[in-house]
Unconditional design. Structure first.
Lengths: 212, 143
């Protein structure tokens, strides 16, 4: 069911540029003008139950820093850094060696956004990142690496335009769906799929600054 | 100039030492498996085994598990398994032990003679490509 939604999202993302021509909005920026937009967001991610990541960690809030680059009216590219803390629940893999876990993630995404109504944009993203699950502290660190393929839909509301004549302030609210693949992890064949595969849903709330 | 020439070497030594100090191998789990039988070779279900990082030889007359990681039980076929993050070969605490509580002991053969101990070194078992370490058939005696 979740995977079907993901493919529906991909289809929607592919036809998004067509949408933008339907909705007219007063354009302050000429099409094709270079823009960049840093952002920060708080999020909460939940891994799919019945997987190693879903059953082993109790997750806290995450924060995400982003930086978009693009030409106004066209799809753009962005980079992100995400970090989340977690605690370890009873499990049969980690023994008693660790008490704390950090989950930093860095990655890249393609995005496109279209105006829906005045001051409100719909934004779609497709991304790939590297999630590290870091247990303990060096030299007793134990790291698990996952590749993270993600898709995101978000609404962007412009709160203030041309603040100090420099940037627009936007609020972002949205959701993220991820497929995680830990194929670097070596473990017995019986537990391999449980350990290496997971999906995740993440809700986000944050701000974007669009520099003019 | 001499310092500059030396610094890459120092940096390489620093990286080497940093790697040598790592306690775990990232992205890797060891799976330990085995089967427990009694003196007649019959399966031994429900036997409690203790997995630990160390053994305390100063605890009275019987060596005791120290730094306990898991307590597990054999299943109805007398089989057991447990999983641990893979220890780095150069780590100080790279050993894992399997212990029994009184009155049970492992019976092993050493130089053609049978000896009994209440613990064995699990991390000595050979591993296959999937990091599975088969401890084989473990014979248990009651004292």
């Amino acid at each position: 069911m979740i995977r079907k939604s993901f493919f529906a999202f991909l289809l929607f993302w592919a036809v998004l540029p067509g949408f933008s021509q339907e909705v007219k909005e007063e354009e302050r920026l000429p099409k094709g003008q270079f823009t960049f937009s840093p952002g920060a967001a708080l999020g909460y991610r939940a891994f799919e139950k019945g997987t190693y990541l879903g059953d082993t960690y109790a997750l806290g809030l995450s924060y995400r820093l982003t930086l978009d680059f693009g030409f106004h009216g066209y799809p753009g590219i962005g980079i992100y850094f995400d970090k989340q803390e977690a605690s370890i629940q009873n499990n049969r893999f980690l023994g008693v060696f660790f008490s704390e876990v950090r989950m930093p993630e860095t990655g890249i995404y393609l995005y496109h956004q279209v105006p829906l109504v005045k001051n409100l944009d719909l934004r779609g993203e497709l991304g790939y990142g590297q999630l590290q699950v870091i247990h303990g502290l060096s030299p007793s660190r134990f790291i698990l690496d996952y590749g993270n393929y993600s898709g995101r839909l978000a609404l962007q509301y412009t709160v203030a335009k041309e603040v100090k004549g420099v940037f627009d302030l936007k609020l972002v609210f949205g959701g993220n769906y991820s497929l995680l693949n830990g194929n670097k992890i070596v473990i017995n064949p019986g537990d391999r799929s449980y350990m290496q595969r997971a999906s995740a849903l993440q809700g986000i709330f944050g701000i974007h600054l669009l520099y003019l | 100039m001499k310092k500059i020439r030396k610094s890459p070497l120092l940096f390489a030594i620093f990286l080497f030492l940093l790697g040598a100090c790592q306690e775990f191998v990232h992205n890797s789990f060891d799976t330990f498996t085995g089967r427990v039988v009694d003196q007649e070779g019959k399966r031994f279900p429900g036997l409690e085994l203790t997995v630990s990082q160390d053994i305390d030889f100063m605890n009275g007359q019987v060596p005791a598990a120290k730094s306990i990681v898991y307590r597990i039980k054999t299943d109805e076929r007398g089989e057991f398994s447990f999983i641990l993050p893979t220890r780095h070969p150069d780590a100080v605490d790279k050993y894992s032990y399997l212990s029994l509580t009184v009155p049970y002991r492992f019976q092993t053969e050493f130089n053609g003679e049978f000896v009994t101990e209440n613990f064995l070194l699990a991390s000595d078992a050979p591993r296959d490509a999937d990091e599975v370490r088969d401890l084989g058939v473990l014979k248990i005696v009651r004292e």
